[in-house]
Design a protein around this ligand. Structure first.
Ligand code: PEP
Ligand code: MN
Length: 360
């Protein structure tokens, strides 16, 4: 922490600042300039969080030098985190192979879910998405089939082997969602629902944390810190576009956030081009941009018949469109030094450190 003082600070004011810092257990170092004195604080600056330095007489500004997050910071872990989703070998997110989560916005029934699952699996998706509880702007819109959808998701996993990703919107749903799903999604609107973040931090299921509509990168990392602080370090971050002045796209995909997050944290980072663009024709270019910028994977909405979709119809891809995106994505993956699961086979990732671990 660096404290910049006002010009003409008195000795008594300077002493009071030093005493406040030293009472919190840190040391001070003065650097006297012609007009101002800078007070360097040496030690754990988190101890100063509640000291209220900015309110002391003679203080002009207080500049932190440490990041406010700890466990999500890249320095906290030597290697990037690989999150393994699902039973057995599971599907890895954060390894060299790109993870692709695909499926409908909402689970609308058995037939459409099984059809979507079969088609995304055939195209090389590694995980299946499908909302059971839907956050909708209007209370009169379709809000998901709830537990009925969770049961269908568990059924389709048994059929296809694809691990299931689904949203949990409320602390009261955490247990039932964790019972059925392999990965718990925290939606954009809940990025700062701190009770929910703590609740998913208490369960032993990987979490997909989406960036809030107006969440800064630092706020996203602090939201993830809530989950890690409770002992769950299996967290994947998702850039899904933020709200800006632009209205031509549903949200503005913040491509720059991808390399920034990859630099700041060891957690995997994926991109949701569907909610970012809001239009099916934008999904391919935004997917390619995401992988070129270093994303570890994608989450894409796919519906057997988008025109009948009960939510996010405009941005949902048909199975053929999804297959086409996956085919074209290979060249971008290769250019970024990444691999992709082959199409048409039930492929299960094995993270490098798990190879041979179970051999007996
Ligand atoms: C979703 O994934 O269907 C969803 C509602 O996403 P977001 O929270 O990013 O809007
Ligand atoms: Mn959606």
């Amino acid at each position: 922490m660096i404290i910049v003082t006002r010009p003409h600070i008195t000795d008594a004011e300077l002493d009071a600042i030093r005493e406040a810092v030293e009472r919190a257990g840190l040391q001070t170092h003065l650097s006297r300039g012609e007009h101002r004195t800078i007070v360097g604080c040496i030690g754990d600056e988190r101890m100063l969080a509640e000291v209220g330095l900015a309110t002391l007489a003679g203080v002009e500004s207080v500049i932190p030098v440490l990041k406010p997050y700890r466990q999500v910071a890249r320095e906290f872990r030597a290697d990037p985190t690989i999150v393994v989703v699902g039973e057995g070998a599971g599907a890895a997110i954060g390894g060299n192979e790109l993870a692709v989560i695909a499926g409908p916005c909402s689970v609308e029934g058995r037939e459409m879910l099984f059809s979507a699952a079969a088609s995304v699996r055939a195209a090389g998706a590694t995980l299946l998405r499908g909302g059971a509880y839907k956050p909708r702007s209007s209370p009169y819109a379709f809000r998901g089939l709830g537990e009925e959808a969770l049961a269908l998701l568990a059924e389709v996993r048994a059929e296809t082997g694809l691990p299931i990703v689904t949203e949990v919107m409320d602390t009261r749903q955490v247990d039932v969602v964790a019972e059925h799903a392999d990965m718990l999604q925290i939606g954009a609107r809940n990025m700062q629902n701190f009770a929910l973040l703590s609740a998913v931090g208490d369960v032993r299921r990987p979490v997909l944390l989406k960036r809030g509509l107006s969440g800064t990168i630092e706020e996203l990392l602090l939201a993830a810190e809530y989950i890690l602080a409770r002992g769950n370090d299996q967290v994947v971050l998702c850039e899904r576009g933020i709200r800006t002045f632009e209205t031509a796209t549903r949200n503005t995909l913040d491509v720059g956030a991808i390399p920034v997050l990859k630099r700041e944290t060891h957690l995997p980072v994926i991109v949701d081009p569907s909610h970012a663009g809001g239009k099916s024709w934008l999904v391919a270019p935004l997917s390619f941009a995401a992988i070129a910028a270093g994303a570890d994977g994608l989450m894409i909405e796919v519906h057997p018949t988008p025109s009948t979709a009960r939510s996010d119809a405009e941005q949902s891809l048909t199975p053929d469109e999804f297959t086409n995106v996956m085919t074209r994505l290979r060249a971008f993956a290769a250019a970024a030094g990444r691999t992709m699961a082959p199409p048409n086979v039930l492929h299960v990732n094995t993270p490098p450190d798990a190879v041979g671990a179970g051999a007996s």
